[in-house]
Design a protein around this ligand. Sequence first.
Ligand SMILES: CCCCCCCC(=O)SCCNC(=O)CCNC(=O)[C@H](O)C(C)(C)COP(=O)(O)OP(=O)(O)OC[C@H]1O[C@@H](n2cnc3c(N)ncnc32)[C@H](O)[C@@H]1OP(=O)(O)O
Length: 210
Amino acid sequence: MTAREWAGRVHPAGPWEPDPGPMPVPGGAGFGDMIDALRELQDTITGAAPPPHLVEQATRALREVSAALKPHTVPEREQITGHRMDLRGRGQTMAPAFVPDEWDDSRVSGRVTFGRHYLGGNGAVHGGAVPLLFDEVLGRLANSGRRVSRTAYLHVNFRRITPVGVELRLDAKFEREEGRKRFLTAALYDGGHVTADAEGLFVALRPGQP
Ligand SMILES: CCCCCCCC(=O)SCCNC(=O)CCNC(=O)[C@H](O)C(C)(C)COP(=O)(O)OP(=O)(O)OC[C@H]1O[C@@H](n2cnc3c(N)ncnc32)[C@H](O)[C@@H]1OP(=O)(O)O
């Protein structure tokens, strides 16, 4: 079974279900630990000012890990990252890991912390990373219990800085559906303040559309 087929079988009711069930898990139980270690590495490297000899040592170690993993490269449908819906962030480090607390097919509420990796400047998250998070969460909600759709537009308002290293709350809502068009909204909160909000249009794909 490919990782993509596995994701579909384990989560027939929607994409927020954390329990992988009893069937064999692609990548094994430790795959999430590897991804967490990669997140930690990204944050650590971003924040580090190491001496040159340590830079050389770290470069060698990273190249060794890449060389060990490269022979296991697979086609997209067998890829594990992005398909492990039981793991935080679907088992990939592209966006900060969103941790859903409450959800149904029309709304989701959860927590997220942008690590140092996502720093733009002066303690604020990079302006491109915030839409990435919204697209990830709204995209999953748009497809929750429904036919697959893709983002047609995503409008993001940056209301105040989104701080790095602080646990934030994200609330997302499926507002309405008009034919193939799905309209969703979301807001990101630092305590009681909205740091950014978004409105997205997701269009359900016709058969055969990539
Ligand atoms: C588990 C996974 C979680 C992560 C999810 C992440 C989601 C993503 O990021 S997807 C990747 C980013 N998005 C893309 O690559 C999409 C690229 N664009 C496309 O493929 C197409 O333009 C697509 C599918 C959005 C729409 O094309 P198509 O199916 O031909 O629709 P089309 O007939 O033009 O439009 C349908 C309706 O939507 C409207 N529409 C389409 N695009 C827009 C837009 N940008 N603004 C406003 N309206 C739009 C049209 O006006 C039309 O409205 P109506 O029915 O009222 O006339």
